[in-house]
Write a protein that binds this ligand. Structure first.
Ligand SMILES: Cc1cc2nc3c(=O)[nH]c(=O)nc-3n(C[C@H](O)[C@H](O)[C@H](O)COP(=O)(O)OP(=O)(O)OC[C@H]3O[C@@H](n4cnc5c(N)ncnc54)[C@H](O)[C@@H]3O)c2cc1C
Ligand SMILES: NC(=O)c1ccc[n+]([C@@H]2O[C@H](COP(=O)([O-])OP(=O)(O)OC[C@H]3O[C@@H](n4cnc5c(N)ncnc54)[C@H](O)[C@@H]3O)[C@@H](O)[C@H]2O)c1
Length: 480
């Protein structure tokens, strides 16, 4: 069988690339190993985790009503874990079913098989699904490689016990363990740790680095770290390493090694969330001219082209950040490149959102990166305590900040911590992409009372015109 364009992998990178290429008039086949399109994001990532985080947020808000707003009701919320799981699975089914229909309506062929490269223009397909062509070979003019990533599970943690879970295991929500250790205080550890803590588990978080979410700006992480610490009843062990895991009866015994915490302790379940690795091994890439770097990512240019003229790469397999919207955007670029358009990707404003409560979001350059790279920035911070909407909602721990190029006055970065930060950051992405100056934001009328005003207000801090703050402190332009 021959298909001019083949997309290997049907995640948010792969299906976006395939659908857009078909819309451009190309003849497209998706090869996906699993029975459903959707990839990590829909089946075991973004969507199920956000469905569960919604439950966690509502539980928190109910507690807040009781503690701070005089709303009384008897007892604690009781949780029917089967119903929570069923609702989460329904959300996944709704979305993945829709994708199958969208592929059909575009005449995109979907083959359910595992593909490996025989050479630069041929895939060998393995599996037993009827969609696999006789002989199992699929030739193509161009292949878009979109095989994504899988959880990193070092041999020391891979002890063959289902009490030790990766993110997929945690999302399966088999039970609500009494005690749970989360190894890694990054995106997954904090999102899934929050879910389990709100459902009733006693959660301990262990992070190798000095603080949670290493790499993110500390002023953004601080309010979240405080909340997580409260949620985990002080059981956030930073600067600590997990040495070994051993199954002892129906518990996992864990040894801690670190200046802050030493010794061993038992937990009902352990979630290992210490990063993900790109899927490049075992794909037969050595039979092509594709270059894989020392971290396992496929090397490609800003048009998603690899060193092999027949192969493009997108999404998690094509490098950091491993985020669904980055995969989708790269998929669009790859499709347009194959359609002969002058598309390329300037990655200056890919937003990142940690969907905890409070949420953390950033886009463009961060203060941490500016310091590291010696980039001159002026930082304008607006505390949410001065926002009417934040006061009304009782979420005053947040802040919004702009990072401004002091020479041009252009906005080059934004950071937000607070409820809904993930929605608010979209305005910042547009501002950075459009090359806006700070006055473009301050002169755009924002609706009142909303949290979006904090973006306008942080801009007003730049000009000293923020009326809700008594004497705005101006930081001088600084290097780092
Ligand atoms: C718990 C969790 C929560 C997340 N939450 C978010 C979030 O809120 N926001 C966000 O932006 N990102 C989130 N992510 C990251 C996001 O899921 C990934 O960045 C995104 O799915 C990457 O898309 P992709 O298309 O590159 O790869 P994937 O989604 O990983 O898809 C790759 C596909 O390729 C298939 N495949 C692999 N090898 C082969 C082969 N040889 N033959 C055929 N098929 C193959 C796989 O079966 C898979 O379906 C989360 C991830 C996890 C684990
Ligand atoms: N909201 C989102 O967009 C979202 C949500 C989940 C996942 N993701 C994506 O998936 C990726 C993987 O998520 P993740 O949380 O597994 O990785 P991560 O890189 O976000 O965090 C891993 C954390 O584990 C720590 N760590 C590493 N080894 C350790 C050890 N031995 N002991 C203790 N801590 C250790 C690291 O210092 C780091 O803080 C993310 O980087 C992100 O790209 C995104």
């Amino acid at each position: 069988m021959h298909s001019p364009v083949v997309v290997l992998g049907g995640g948010p990178g792969g299906y976006a690339a395939a659908f857009l290429a078909a819309d451009e008039g190309l003849d497209v086949t998706i090869v996906e190993a699993e029975p459903r399109l959707g990839g990590t994001c829909l089946l075991r990532g973004c969507i199920p985790s956000k469905a569960l985080l919604h439950v966690a947020k509502v539980i928190h808000e109910v507690d807040d009503l009781k503690a701070n707003w005089g709303v009384e009701y008897p007892g604690k919320p009781s949780i029917d874990i089967d119903k929570v799981r069923a609702r989460k699975d329904q959300v996944i089914s709704n979305l993945t079913g829709g994708l199958g229909n969208l592929a059909k309506r575009r005449n995109v062929t979907v083959i359910q098989a595992r593909g490996t490269f025989v050479n630069s223009t041929t895939l060998q397909l393995e599996g037993d699904h009827e969609s696999i062509p006789v002989g199992g070979q699929l030739t193509f003019d161009h292949c878009i490689l979109a095989t994504g990533s899988v959880p990193a599970m070092p041999p020391a943690f891979n002890i063959g016990s289902d009490r030790v879970m990766d993110s997929t295991g945690a999302l399966a929500l088999a039970d609500i363990p009494e005690s749970m250790l989360v190894v890694g205080g990054g995106y997954i550890g904090l999102e899934m740790g929050s879910v389990y803590a709100h459902l009733g588990s006693k959660v301990t978080v262990v992070e190798l680095a000095e603080g949670l979410l290493p790499g993110a700006d500390r002023d953004l992480v601080k309010p979240l770290a405080k909340r997580i610490d409260k949620l985990c009843e002080g059981r956030v062990l930073t600067n600590t390493k997990v040495g070994s895991l051993t199954e002892v009866g129906d518990k996992i015994e864990v040894t801690f090694e670190g200046p802050a915490h030493f010794g061993h302790e038992q937990f009902d379940r352990v979630l290992v969330s210490i990063g993900r690795r790109p899927v490049t091994r075992g794909l037969g890439l050595e039979n092509t001219s594709v270059v894989v770097n020392e971290r396992g990512f496929v090397e490609c240019d800003d048009r998603q082209r690899t060193a092999d003229p027949h192969i493009l790469a997108i999404g998690d397999v094509a490098g950091d950040p491993m985020l669904a919207h980055k995969a989708t955007h790269e998929g669009r670029v790859a499709a347009e490149v194959l359609a002969g358009k002058a598309a390329s990707f300037d990655k200056k404003a890919i937003p990142a959102v940690v969907f905890t409560d409070p949420e953390i979001a950033w886009a463009g350059i961060t203060e941490t990166e500016a310091k590291r790279d010696g980039v001159k920035v002026t930082v304008e911070v607006y505390p949410w305590a001065a926002s009417g909407r934040a006061q009304a909602l009782g979420i005053t721990e947040g802040l919004t900040k702009w990072l401004v190029d002091p020479d041009s006055g252009r906005i080059i970065g934004c950071g937000i911590v607070g409820s809904g930060a993930g929605e608010l950051i979209a305005e910042a992405v547009l501002a950075i992409e459009m090359g806006c100056e700070v006055h473009d934001v301050t002169e755009s009328v924002h609706p009142h009372p909303t949290l979006s005003e904090t973006l306008m207000n942080a801009g007003e801090v730049h000009f000293g015109t923020a009326t809700e703050i008594f004497k705005p402190k101006r930081k001088p332009a600084s290097v780092g």
